[in-house]
Ligand binder design. Structure first.
Ligand code: SF4
Length: 194
């Protein structure tokens, strides 16, 4: 019999790859916990896609209550920090903290997160916050590095095969603004080259 694992889901493309990589070893319960995602339409879209993936693999998905104010309050001291900095540490802690609480609620003592698929995430910071959250609830955090061995590239191929929506920003309103600035800068560089 496989061991049970709560898998924190941030988006459907990463979820599909996480299940692909961990599903042989673990009996997975997906937990969608993302109060960071903004705006509401984007949240709803990402959640619908996550349900689609759970159904495809025949797995259970539980969605946490959507509480964007909890995210605003958590990251308030770090609003001026860039993506990858202390704002993200606080964001990881919030989401993985909720995930470890969920583990307790459903009596599963291990969890992991699919956020390690992303090449933009600081894996050391992610693991530190995972272990901290697990320690607080006396459960176990399983470290993953789902981007290794070309994991990110393979995840993009799998999500295309499954016809999944792939977002172009991490999730919060600040990352959306940062992504828009990057796009504008790219356009400017291209037009300067013409
Ligand atoms: S960039 Fe991503 S990880 Fe960082 S605070 Fe925003 S949503 Fe959270």
């Amino acid at each position: 019999m496989k061991e049970q694992l709560v898998l924190h889901i941030c988006c459907a493309p990463d979820q599909a790859w996480g299940i692909h990589e961990l599903g042989e070893q673990y009996d997975i319960t997906c937990f969608f916990c993302n109060p960071n995602i903004s705006p509401l339409d984007e949240y709803t879209l990402r959640l619908d896609e996550a349900y689609k993936v759970a159904k495809h693999y025949g797995l259970r998905l539980v969605a946490d209550d959507y509480n964007p104010l909890s995210w605003e309050k958590t990251v308030e001291p770090y609003l001026s920090t860039p993506e990858g900095g202390e704002r993200c540490r606080a964001c990881f802690l919030l989401r993985l903290g909720r995930t470890s609480q969920f583990c307790k609620d459903v009596s599963i003592n291990k969890f992991a997160t699919v956020m390690s698929v992303s090449p933009h995430k600081n894996i050391k910071m992610l693991n530190e916050t995972g272990h901290q959250s697990a320690h607080d609830q006396s459960v176990q955090y399983i470290e993953t590095n789902l981007k290794k061995n070309d994991g990110f590239k393979k995840s993009t191929l799998l999500s295309a095969e499954l016809g999944l929506y792939r977002q172009d920003y991490c999730g919060c309103r600040l990352s959306k603004a940062e992504s828009e600035i990057r796009k504008l800068n790219r356009k400017k560089v291209i037009s300067d080259l013409k």
